[in-house]
Write a protein that binds this ligand. Structure first.
Ligand SMILES: [Fe+2]
Ligand SMILES: [Fe+2]
Length: 193
């Protein structure tokens, strides 16, 4: 079977409960719309959006075991906040168990929770669509969506800023990758690289 969107939809609907599936389809809808708006490859965007939360319902202790086994732990915070592991775990699983080899799609899945310095437009799109898909409802969500229609880069920077402010205000742990990604994006926008 080809590793296309049909395959991905079957795989993910067998792995996620209804609520998560609803979120996933929300991410697909917004990501597709933004991909058309900004001229990104629709099939790859849809594939990444469908698969981004594939590992979300694996119990956290099991995700930690897998992340350790697959050498996916790089920061002390990875163990302190294991809810960030489902992206890298899903990407590894898809690459080595299903032979999905599209590195940009894999990176978009791996980096959708924390971001990653040097993110491509596809990675930014999945990161941001995950945060502001149509089922999300929080103050500013409409402004963030609008910002993404205007520019993927600036919209993603606005999403990251919002997320960092929320984490700071609620005294939650901030993963170093989120800070590094935010600074990287700021620098890239400033210098136009
Ligand atoms: Fe996720
Ligand atoms: Fe998600």
């Amino acid at each position: 079977m080809g590793l296309d969107c049909c395959w991905a939809l079957k795989l993910v609907s067998g792995s996620l409960a209804t609520k998560k599936m609803r979120h996933t389809l929300g991410v697909v809808a917004l990501a597709e719309d933004l991909a058309i708006r900004h001229g990104l490859d629709l099939e790859r965007v849809k594939l990444a959006a469908l698969l981004h939360d594939l590992a979300k319902e694996i119990p956290l202790e099991r995700q930690l075991v897998l992340a350790r086994r697959w050498n996916l732990l790089h920061y002390p915070e990875d163990e302190l906040m294991p809810q960030v592991l489902h992206g890298p775990v899903a990407a590894y699983w898809l690459e080595y168990c299903y032979e999905l080899k599209d590195q940009e799609v894999l990176a978009a899945i791996a980096h959708h929770t924390l971001g990653f310095p040097g993110m491509s437009p596809l990675e930014m799109l999945i990161y941001s669509a995950d945060m502001v898909e149509p089922n999300r409802d929080f103050p500013d969500v409409d402004n963030l969506r609008q910002a993404l229609y205007h520019s993927i880069e600036k919209g993603t920077l606005a999403c990251m800023k919002h997320s960092l402010e929320y984490l700071k205000n609620s005294h939650k742990l901030i993963h170093p990758l989120t800070t590094l990604t935010y600074e990287d994006l700021q620098r890239r926008l400033e210098f136009g690289t």
